[in-house]
Design a protein. Structure first.
Length: 279
């Protein structure tokens, strides 16, 4: 029997009305679209929470998540239904564009802040920071800062700690490993981002479905591999909100598997997965 079949067999089957209730709740709360036919996947992914919590039905589990004032159950639900797959320098074309097309103008500023809107366990915001600092060559101006947000407090906690296995950092340039990290053990099985660089990244919990802080204004926003979970209407609404906190001529980076084509949104296509605010 497959692992998926084992999990489903050990977990109460989600009933049609329970699936509808869960689908409506996750869509309203964080924009995730659960299409019909995902019942078996949902049962498998939430099976552990059902068993450890002693819930006999999905109705009980959903009520528990909705009533949990700590928000921990919601975070666990989000983590179970979405994938926090990431790695350093993922989709490297974005970093090349950042350094070649955007950084030359940013050099004239005393400081600037870039927003990583779905930071997961931190590889993306640290990759942005390391790329910029390396390109600046140690110059004291401008001061580079990164705001990194995610809906999951679990991944944010890991990102703040900034500890990664040797396997996860093995493809980084050796000079970066020496400059930006320090080994946490004599065998060099784990590496931690040095505190002076961790301090340049501010990690915050943020639900992209909620209104964005009016004070936020950024020249560049990375919001990659998030919209794949959303329908077209939700995607368009999110892009309009992101455009609202972009500076004039600011750039939005989306995942290469994502496209804004056909969406009612104000940004101009520049190149694959890169858009610019022109007004």
């Amino acid at each position: 029997m497959s692992d998926l079949s084992t999990l489903v067999a050990a977990t109460p089957e989600i009933r049609p009305k329970e699936f509808i209730a869960l689908r409506d709740y996750v869509y309203k709360t964080f924009g995730l679209e659960l299409r019909d036919g995902k019942e078996r996947l949902v049962t498998a992914r939430l099976g552990k929470h059902m068993r450890t919590g002693g819930f006999r039905t999905f109705e009980q589990y959903i009520r528990h998540v909705q009533s949990d004032s700590t928000g921990d159950s919601l975070v666990s639900l989000i983590d179970a239904l979405t994938t926090n797959h990431t790695h350093f320098m993922r989709e490297p074309e974005h970093f090349k564009f950042l350094l070649t097309n955007i950084l030359p103008q940013m050099r004239r500023r005393p400081s600037f802040t870039i927003w990583s809107a779905a930071s997961s366990t931190g590889e993306e915001p640290y990759s942005i920071l390391f790329s910029l600092l390396d390109a600046l060559g140690g110059a004291s101006v401008p001061d580079v800062r990164i705001v990194a947000t995610d809906i999951s407090t679990r991944v944010l906690s890991a990102a703040r700690e900034g500890i990664y296995t040797a396997e996860r950092v093995r493809l980084l340039p050796p000079a970066w490993l020496q400059k930006f990290f320090t080994p946490t053990d004599k065998r060099k099985e784990n590496f931690q981002v040095r505190p002076e660089f961790r301090s340049k990244v501010e990690f915050r919990r943020l639900n992209l479905m909620e209104p964005l802080p009016a004070s936020m204004r950024h020249p560049v926003i990375f919001c990659r591999n998030v919209m794949i979970y959303f329908n077209k209407q939700t995607q368009a609404a999110l892009v309009r909100r992101l455009a609202g906190v972009l500076e004039p001529e600011g750039h939005l980076m989306v995942g290469h598997s994502e496209s804004l084509t056909g969406l009612d949104q104000p940004l101009k296509y520049i190149c694959p997965a890169v858009y610019r605010k022109t007004t």
